[in-house]
Unconditional design. Structure first.
Length: 272
């Protein structure tokens, strides 16, 4: 069943006035603890809300689902697509979950591919980073890291601007680094196709694997889906490692630029 255009909680809001008193007890609980739809059985929901299994089953049918299973499947699919829904209870969240995501991300990195990518960053005359929505600050951070080491680093799109004018001016040997985490805009696939004649690296969550054929490098970062909002610890950590490896390989050339920028900070008195 594809993700519904009307998520579970919106269905409750729309039909709340038509629910029975026991149905409203269920609705009140699930509006505040939507993860219980996934984590609990029908019997457990009945116990928690002091209703009955028949009431719980009837409640889901009244919302338009055939069964409790259909609700669970819809919520898991919506969360996988990036919709902010808590899918687990709070005891599985926190730093342990973050460490698991980092471990999964780095265990799946092809070290040879990573080494080639770092060489391409070093050799590129100009690098364009592209990111939309939540991917944009990740691209911006990567630019900030690389700009301390190399020249000719830019991020697209510029705030409030479209892409076409800037993509028109891509150099033939330009390295394109794209960030495409879930809830990507509709332009994403067409944009990747447009830049495919260049060398392209894509940083994405697992759903981005569908674009592998359009890229030279694909780095899958785990964002997690236990909590309602995504964590970008994994891509940020990967960016830090790549940037430091670039700086190390550039050796004195990179250090010279770092020193020159630091001297400019001093002259302009920009930092504490």
């Amino acid at each position: 069943m594809p993700p519904s255009p009307m998520p579970f909680t919106q269905r409750i809001e729309r039909l709340y006035s038509e629910l029975s008193p026991n149905g409203r007890k269920l609705a009140d609980h699930l509006m505040h603890h939507s993860q219980d739809v996934i984590n609990c059985t029908v019997a457990e929901l009945a116990t928690i809300t002091q209703t009955s299994k028949a009431t719980v089953s009837r409640f889901f049918r009244q919302l338009g689902y055939e069964s409790h299973f259909d609700v669970k499947q819809e919520m898991n699919e919506l969360r996988a697509a990036g919709y902010p829904i808590n899918t687990h209870s709070s005891d599985v969240t926190g730093y342990k979950a973050e460490l698991t995501r980092l471990k999964q991300t780095f265990e799946n990195i092809d070290n040879q591919q990573l080494s080639h990518f770092i060489d391409d960053i070093i050799q590129a005359k100009r690098i364009t980073l592209i990111g939309f929505r939540n991917s944009y600050p990740v691209a911006l951070h990567f630019r900030q890291q690389l700009q301390q080491i190399k020249t000719q680093i830019r991020v697209l799109p510029y705030p409030g601007q479209t892409l076409s004018e800037d993509l028109q001016d891509l150099e033939p040997d330009e390295l394109i680094i794209v960030f495409g985490f879930r809830r990507r805009p509709k332009i994403f696939a067409e944009m990747l196709q447009h830049v495919s004649q260049h060398k392209v690296a894509l940083f994405a969550d697992p759903s981005g694997q569908i674009y592998k054929a359009n890229t030279d490098y694909l780095f899958i970062c785990q964002l997690g889906q236990e909590q309602a909002l995504d964590s970008y610890a994994a891509p940020m950590s990967l960016i830090a490692i790549i940037s430091n490896k670039v700086l190390t390989k550039l050796a004195s050339q990179g250090q010279k630029r770092v020193a020159s920028i630091s001297e400019r900070f001093r002259l302009l008195d920009e930092l504490e």
